[in-house]
Design a protein around this ligand. Structure first.
Ligand SMILES: Cc1cc2nc3c(=O)[nH]c(=O)nc-3n(C[C@H](O)[C@H](O)[C@H](O)COP(=O)(O)OP(=O)(O)OC[C@H]3O[C@@H](n4cnc5c(N)ncnc54)[C@H](O)[C@@H]3O)c2cc1C
Length: 409
């Protein structure tokens, strides 16, 4: 191993780093709050901070030749262990690959461009991304394409890669460089960097509209579901919808709004409820909720689970869970549209021992979305996408050096 590290130093000079504090930093996954996954990390061997695609190519060749695991990393904000090295690896930091940011009908970017930079750039042109993560202020677009799935805009467009969200990708593997178009890009989206390194992407954009955050309070979970059914008619005029129970909104709002028993927060161009200043809304959306709540709840054995539930299942499961645990469980929902159907990304937060009850209630409901798994397979909810990922893995990385252990083939 000593010899290999020496060779990397010779090849990449100061772009290859093995300093202790940097190794510590890149061996960790700072937003991974899962008590299950956090224990599984290994120390990395070193970091290559790529400055151009030649660096990416050379490192791929080197790692393939010596069968050394290679883990791509953007801003490292994954919450599900995608950037957690589970075998000693070389990390490839792609953040400096950020030179391309061009809009001409579509957005063309290098992977290291920050989501926020792209949003600011687009906003000046009256546009925004179809779907983007609630971590937009910290994460990169390359990391979001490879690791993310849902986000702001999912009520209109579903996953970020649905509706032609990702139009084209340039991807480097150990066997060469590939141009993927249309459906082929689904081999890389959500694959956690196991099916190649993205070096360029073309994304769909939509018109920016003046969405207003509005709060609708109701007393019963049944009324939440009725309201969501009615809102389906206004889908094109709604950017996002979240659902919070009293306990969740009280903790996050900290006096900034008065929560009802159940709270439906709608961002829409149409007038639907009380207009509120919801700048803290991003602390609630999708993965942000269990990161935020890990700091706010004070649970001694903090735990959370995610399920994708239809309106019917949401009503059934959440009513039973609340009846069983009352204020001891916090409920958050992000409302999405998947394959034309309203689906709620439902997050349950409680003390770990309460999950026996919660799990027994939701055993057979909804689409399982395993949040405490390192493996991509446990979250991809369409068989054909998973098959595509496995097929491309053989083509792009036949020796399985890219983020090993994250895709079961
Ligand atoms: C507060 C908070 C809110 C969040 N909200 C959301 C959300 O709404 N929706 C959502 O989907 N996620 C969310 N996340 C998770 C995460 O932030 C996003 O998926 C994010 O966009 C990842 O970007 P990153 O630059 O941090 O990628 P990283 O975490 O560095 O990497 C993510 C994955 O992509 C791979 N990767 C990185 N760059 C490349 C590349 N160039 N080529 C190939 N593979 C690459 C990595 O190996 C890893 O597997 C949230 C996280 C936090 C902390």
């Amino acid at each position: 191993m000593e010899q290999l590290l020496k060779e990397l130093e010779k090849e990449f000079n100061s772009r290859f780093i093995t300093r202790g504090d940097i190794i510590d930093q890149y061996s960790s996954s700072p937003y991974l709050v899962s008590p299950v996954l956090s224990k599984m990390g290994k120390r990395i061997l070193g970091v290559v901070v790529a400055e151009d695609v030649e660096d990416v190519r050379n490192l791929l060749n080197f790692c393939d030749m010596h069968r050394v695991p290679l883990l791509a990393r953007g801003a490292g904000t994954s919450t599900i262990g995608q950037v957690l090295p589970i075998v000693p690896s070389i990390v490839l930091d792609i953040q400096k690959l950020n030179k391309t940011l061009e809009y001409d009908k579509y957005l063309r970017i290098s992977p290291g461009v920050k989501v926020l930079t792209a949003l600011n750039y687009l906003r000046k042109r009256g546009k925004e991304l179809q779907v983007y993560p609630s971590s937009f202020y910290i994460s990169t677009l390359g990391g979001y394409i490879a690791g993310g799935d849902v986000g702001i805009g999912s009520y209109q467009y579903g996953y970020h890669f649905d509706h032609d969200g990702v139009r084209r990708l340039t991807v480097m593997g150990t066997t060469g460089t590939y141009e993927l178009q249309g459906k082929e890009t689904l081999a890389v989206s959500q694959a956690a960097g196991t099916t190649g390194i993205i070096t360029e992407a073309e994304l769909s954009v939509v018109d920016y509209e003046d969405w207003k955050d509005q709060l609708i309070r109701v007393d019963e979970i049944g009324e939440v579901v009725k309201l969501l059914k009615n809102l389906e008619e206004d889908r094109p005029k709604i950017r996002r919808i979240t659902i919070e129970d009293y306990e969740t909104l009280s903790l996050v709002a900290r006096g900034r709004v008065i929560p009802g028993r159940w709270n439906v927060i709608v961002s829409s161009t149409k007038s639907l409820g009380e207009e509120v200043d919801m700048r803290f809304l991003d602390e609630l959306a999708f993965a942000a909720i269990y990161v935020t709540m890990s700091k706010l709840t004070g649970f001694s054995r903090y735990f959370y689970e995610v399920r994708l539930l239809s309106l019917e299942s949401f009503l059934k499961v959440v009513s039973q869970v609340k009846r069983a645990l009352g204020p001891k469980v916090l409920i958050h929902g992000d409302v999405m549209t998947l394959r034309g159907e309203t689906i709620i990304y439902t997050v349950f937060i409680s003390e770990r021992e309460n999950f026996e009850v919660i799990d027994s209630i939701m055993l057979r409901e909804g689409i399982p979305f395993e949040i405490h798994s390192l493996v991509v397979n446990d979250r991809v909810d369409e068989e054909f996408r998973l098959e595509l990922m496995k097929k491309y893995k053989q083509i792009v990385d036949p020796h399985h050096i890219l983020n090993p252990g994250k895709l079961r083939t």
